[in-house]
Design a binder for this molecule. Structure first.
Ligand SMILES: [Zn+2]
Ligand SMILES: [Zn+2]
Length: 295
């Protein structure tokens, strides 16, 4: 499968000269399976740029199909959806029925217990108070799906989901395609008692790539441990690259990709964080917008 990062920033987009290398768009990742199924994870602002690329091919003619999985519905994971151009492509007949040959198709997945809310959350952010166009205006075929038993098979790909620790909950995903596997664990906080989240270990067991939320430095996360002032970031639902490395080693992950970069961290800062992390686990990279991995 091919993995491409379209947005790796956490919390809020950070355009500007200081974030050119790692990128400023919020969370969006695309997987193309060996069988050419297209799976998208989260609709942060990165999905806008992905949408523009998709429009160049079959999605521009209303002949595209993709599956969009949501980890959770915080702003930085849904805000790009109203700007996802392929969602607007579709034609209807005189009776208002969609013409399937000219209609992009999207299946949107959420957790069993938050999936019911996915539609109302996406509809809510397109309420007239916030956005000029209603969700019903999108001409493509949009189907809201709930993950049954937290697992779904799409062509050659199997996707499993487990809950991780984050305010209001988040889903971590394990994606398997033949002998290739990847785990996505963005927006997750490590346990405070020094253990490693069992669900994370299960998702990441022997994966080729673990993608992990390393938003903070250890000093930012828990300044008191370094005799530094400040309240720290504990309880905000995010983690550190160092905790990601502990999890990657314990789970036997071959490679670690750190994502959900903090808006306060510019390219130079992130490069330093990456250098530090590699000293502990050589196969660590900090994800960059546009980065592509084949596994
Ligand atoms: Zn987030
Ligand atoms: Zn979040």
């Amino acid at each position: 499968m091919r993995i491409k990062f379209w947005g790796v920033r956490g919390s809020i987009p950070t355009p500007g000269r200081d974030t050119v290398e790692f990128g400023g768009n919020t969370t969006c990742m695309e997987i193309l399976s060996a069988g050419k199924e297209r799976i998208i994870f989260d609709a942060g602002t990165g999905i806008r740029v992905l949408g523009l690329e998709l429009m160049q091919a079959e999605f521009g003619q209303g002949k595209g199909k993709a599956h969009i999985f949501f980890t959770h519905s915080h702003w930085d994971h849904i805000q790009g959806f109203p700007f996802f151009a392929p969602a607007y492509i579709g034609r209807k007949d005189m009776q208002g029925n969609r013409l399937t040959d000219f209609c992009n198709e999207f299946n949107l997945y959420g957790a069993a217990d938050v999936g019911d809310r996915l539609e109302s959350t996406l509809r809510g952010q397109m309420d007239n108070y916030y956005f000029p166009v209603d969700l019903n205006y999108l001409s493509s075929s949009i189907n809201f799906r709930t993950l049954k038993n937290n697992q779904v098979t799409i062509g050659s790909i199997t996707i499993s989901a487990l809950k991780l620790v984050h305010p209001n909950g988040v889903l971590g995903y394990r994606i398997e395609d033949g002998n290739s596997s990847v785990a996505l664990a963005t927006d997750c906080e490590h346990p405070s008692d020094g253990t490693i989240d069992q669900n994370l270990l299960e998702l990441a067991q022997n994966v080729d790539v673990l993608i992990y939320d390393g938003q903070y430095t250890p000093e930012e996360y828990a300044p008191h441990k370094f005799n530094l002032p400040g309240p720290g970031k504990q309880g905000f639902g995010h983690s550190t690259a160092q905790e990601g490395i502990r999890a990657a080693k314990a789970a036997g992950a071959k490679r670690l990709l750190i994502t959900h970069h903090d808006p306060l961290h510019n390219d130079e800062f992130l490069q330093n964080m990456e250098n530090e992390a590699r000293k502990l686990f050589a196969t660590t990279d900090f994800a960059r917008e546009g980065m592509t991995i084949e596994i």
